[in-house]
Design a protein around this ligand. Structure first.
Ligand SMILES: Nc1ncnc2c1ncn2[C@@H]1O[C@H](COP(=O)(O)OP(=O)(O)OP(=O)(O)O)[C@@H](O)[C@H]1O
Ligand SMILES: [Mg+2]
Length: 247
């Protein structure tokens, strides 16, 4: 579904992504891991078009998307959430998802007209699928951090993506919230037939749910493979897992 081939991205003299490769098959749950500053967020920004790549190629559903603007990439079916929570704090939970839904339907200019009624069912369905229905009328800014991160996933679903990219979906969450969020992600992949690409620092979470793991180090891809292969890989153990992971 997605092929990232030898992509490079520099910021001035500093190369953040230096020949990264990634393959995501339809229906897979793929994790990108790597230490702080490895280039994970930059790679996601290249895929979703927030940043333009310097070199390399990104192909989605057989078509090259490298260099396309974010709205175009979104329209083609790639949705994402951000490492830092990115919601409309003064709108309600419902409105946050509804806005995403309407803008996806290219009706955003009519948001404050009778068209407001639109997408109500779809919005409710999404809120239900992420477990936020009972907080639909709450102001987004008043939610707990964990619920705000879940709301971000709901907003990304409003664009009806085929590939959902999540940048540290459990960052800052309690162990309970983390477990619930990972269960939700697994469930979304199953029931909605979504393909999910995420990055995450919690190794337990990664090895528990990912079907394929790509390891980044200094902007490069060290390896991509099944969890067992990655766990056994000597280079990965030395570069990253080290003592902190019990192989
Ligand atoms: N806009 C930018 N300008 C300059 N340097 C940047 C910019 N964005 C990222 N970098 C640098 O690129 C490197 C990779 O950053 P990136 O955010 O992709 O890492 P990451 O793997 O997501 O790290 P983390 O796990 O901490 O989120 C870092 O050294 C970072 O400081
Ligand atoms: Mg990051």
């Amino acid at each position: 579904m997605l092929q990232v081939e030898a992509v490079h991205k520099s910021f001035g003299d500093f190369t953040a992504v230096y020949g990264a490769n990634l393959t995501v098959e339809q229906g897979e749950l793929v994790a990108v891991i790597g230490p702080n500053g490895a280039g994970k967020t930059t790679l996601f920004n290249l895929i979703s078009g927030q940043l333009k790549l310097d070199k390399g190629k990104i192909v989605f559903k057989g078509e090259e998307i490298s260099g396309l603007p974010p709205y175009d990439i979104c329209k083609r079916g790639i949705g994402r959430s951000f490492q830092i929570v990115n919601i409309f704090h003064r709108l309600t939970v419902f409105e946050n998802v509804q806005v995403a839904m309407l803008s996806h339907q290219r009706l955003s200019s009519n948001l404050f007209s009778p068209a407001q009624k639109l997408a109500v069912e779809e919005t409710n369905r999404i809120l239900e699928s992420v477990g936020l229905s009972d907080k639909a009328r709450n102001i987004a800014g008043s939610l707990s951090h964990g619920d705000q991160k879940i709301l971000e996933i709901a907003i990304a679903l409003g664009n009806e993506p085929e590939l959902l990219i999540l940048d540290e979906p459990t960052a800052g969450m309690s162990p309970e919230e983390t477990a619930a969020t990972m269960a939700l992600i697994k469930q979304l992949a199953g029931t909605r037939g979504l393909t999910i690409l995420f990055c995450e620092h919690d190794m337990e979470v990664v090895f528990d749910i990912a079907q394929s793991i790509m390891v980044m180090h200094h902007g490069q891809t060290l390896i991509q493979g099944k969890p067992e292969e990655v766990r056994k890989n000597k280079e990965v153990q030395e570069a990253y897992l080290g003592g902190e992971f019990d192989a």
